[in-house]
Design a protein around this ligand. Structure first.
Ligand code: SDX
Length: 395
């Protein structure tokens, strides 16, 4: 007999929580980090300023920013024993699996300090170290994937310029830093920096709520981000656009597939759990596509496909009735492609951007002794209520 026992599902103590980090209004399409609108931050800040803001609650002054920048330089190297780990990943290892593995391993090489042991302005040695080292791990995972020699970070470059240097520089072909690409990457990382209780941030909070330290909690968040419904969507968008392009831009075929309730195809880069209007990040990234490709004099046919697909979706009642608009992932891959970053690194780029948000939420939970209880989602049981045991010979 199957009965439905309604448990006191109550307030799933991970279903929602209080936070002072990011404000998101899905109806109005508003996104603010610590009260600042993302349009202002994306247009006027360096990524590490926004990282400081998310972690500390205030934008840094010139002295604080210099100290933070020096920390990014100081902590940019990996322990040489960690470098040997890269020799043991298979040649085709996914950069995302390398990232989640290596970030979790940081815990064994750099013992984490408790938040109250290591305070300086809301940024700790532990968090500054992670922010800088994840960039190095990401760059090294790209070089591993490309079969190229690792390129070490430089002391004279900004966070984004150093990353581009580490992935594109080669002993035989030195990379010349392109300010247009640095600025584009800076904007993208800022726009990905936090988004309240999304899947991967909730994962970091849930894992951290049992007392797991920062680095392994972030490693769990990286794995949660990987899915095509979440941070993997930026790569899925490019695969979808490439398919539409290869298919003679047969948009109607893909729109019809996306409408089929029995079918599994969904338009990657469209829709959102919270936004029921245009994702404000998508609007900024869409404009940046035009600016960056114009400056770099790149004519990418996939941008044309994306723009036409969006136009057709916005003109179709099925999608309009369901409030399906482009989200942060729809146009971001166009810019990564223009910079020269391959599709298998797109979700790694999302993780680089999202790291300050993950850390800020982990810290907020751990600093708030009242709410930092272990996360314990409840359920509504719909299985068999009870039955007598049957012996083996009777089954
Ligand atoms: C991110 O949570 C965050 O904040 C995430 C994120 C962040 O910064 O951390 O913003 C980053 O993950 C953005 C989302 C990236 N994922 C994708 O682009 C994958 C494609 N999107 C869909 O899979 C979907 O829209 C989701 C997963 C994003 C949201 O899923 P929901 O909430 O289950 O969708 P819904 O309930 O709003 O759907 C309502 C209807 C349904 O049809 P009906 O049952 O009403 O007939 O719209 C349909 C859905 O089938 N629908 C889509 C669709 N998304 C929803 N139909 C076609 N294509 C889509 N993309």
């Amino acid at each position: 007999e199957t009965g439905l026992i309604t448990l006191d599902s109550g307030f799933m103590n991970t279903g929602s929580c209080q936070s002072q980090i990011t404000y998101l209004d899905g109806e109005q399409g508003i996104l603010r980090y610590r009260g600042y609108d993302i349009a202002d931050l994306a247009a006027r800040c360096q990524f590490i300023e926004v990282a400081y803001l998310l972690l500390n609650g205030e934008l840094p002054n010139a002295e604080e920013l210099l100290q933070f920048r020096n920390d990014m330089t100081r902590y940019a190297l990996l322990h040489e024993d960690m470098i040997h780990f890269f020799d043991h990943f298979p040649p085709n290892a996914s950069p995302m699996s390398i990232l989640s593995t290596m970030v979790g391993t940081l815990h064994d090489f750099y013992p984490e300090m408790d938040l109250d042991e290591d305070p300086y302005g809301g940024i700790t040695t532990t968090t500054a170290r992670l922010l800088s080292k994840i960039r190095t791990i990401a760059a090294f995972s790209y070089k591993k994937n490309m079969g190229q020699p690792l390129v070490y970070p430089r002391a004279d470059l900004s966070y984004c310029a150093n990353f581009l240097h580490m992935i594109f520089d080669r002993p035989n072909i030195p990379y010349e830093i392109d300010p247009v690409m640095v600025s584009a990457l800076n904007k993208l990382l800022i726009l990905h920096a936090d988004h309240e209780q999304n899947c991967s941030t909730s994962t970091v909070r849930l894992v951290g709520s049992s007392g797991v330290r920062l680095y392994p909690s972030i490693s769990a968040g990286i794995s949660a981000l990987w899915g095509p419904l979440h941070g993997g969507a930026n790569a899925a968008v490019m695969r979808m656009l490439e398919k539409i392009e290869a298919d003679g831009r047969n948009y109607d075929k893909y729109l019809e597939m996306a409408k089929d309730p029995e079918g599994s195809f969904r338009l990657s880069g469209f829709g959102h759990r919270v936004y029921k209007t245009y994702d404000p990040r998508a609007a900024i990234i869409k404009q940046a596509c035009h600016d960056v490709l114009g400056s770099l004099k790149i004519a990418d046919p996939l941008l044309e496909v994306a723009l036409e697909l969006e136009a057709r979706v916005s003109g179709d009642d099925y999608f309009r009735e369901r409030n399906l608009y482009p989200n942060v992932d729809f146009y971001s891959g166009i810019i990564y492609r223009a910079i020269g970053i391959p599709t298998n690194m797109f979700t790694v780029m999302f993780a680089l951007g999202r790291l300050p948000g993950w850390i800020a939420h982990w810290q907020e939970m751990n600093l708030d002794k009242d709410s930092s209880r272990i996360g314990r989602p409840r359920q509504v049981y719909t299985g068999i209520v009870s039955r007598p045991f049957t012996e083996l010979e009777e089954r």
